[in-house]
Design a protein around this ligand. Sequence first.
Ligand code: CMP
Length: 144
Amino acid sequence: TMERTFLMLKPDAIQRGLIGEVIARLEKKGFQLVAMKFLRLTREMAEKHYEEHVGKPFFPGLVDYITSAPVVAMCWQGKDIVTVSRDLMGATNPAKAAPGTIRGTFAVDIGRNIIHGSDSPASAERELAIYFAPEDFVSWERNN
Ligand code: CMP
């Protein structure tokens, strides 16, 4: 099924100059960019984005990290993109992520794992609404 998801390049991807490499993988896979914004998260946005992790031991460190430098917030669409993009990203813990995946290739630290992807279509809609207004989504035809 055709779906859209929220993908975000995290501060470590920006700090390490990996924006282009990660976006290239998504484009070459055949997914379509629908919205994109370069911004630095406020603590309020970070707490909203990660509300399911409030109270966990890693939460304060997670908010410090995600607000430490800019991020690239994106909406992508494609066939079964929620699960397929998570397969491309690899396991949350990059030390366990399969070789060849984005995290398996570029990261080793769970607190510096390059990219975020929504875990369900419902999470995608909730997260997209934090970053984008309805007019930010651009629809276009991909011809190849
Ligand atoms: P993400 O998929 O963006 O969602 C929650 C994030 O919390 C996760 O990626 C990790 O970057 C971060 N995190 C940091 N420490 C941990 C941990 N010990 N367990 C799970 N997630 C962690």
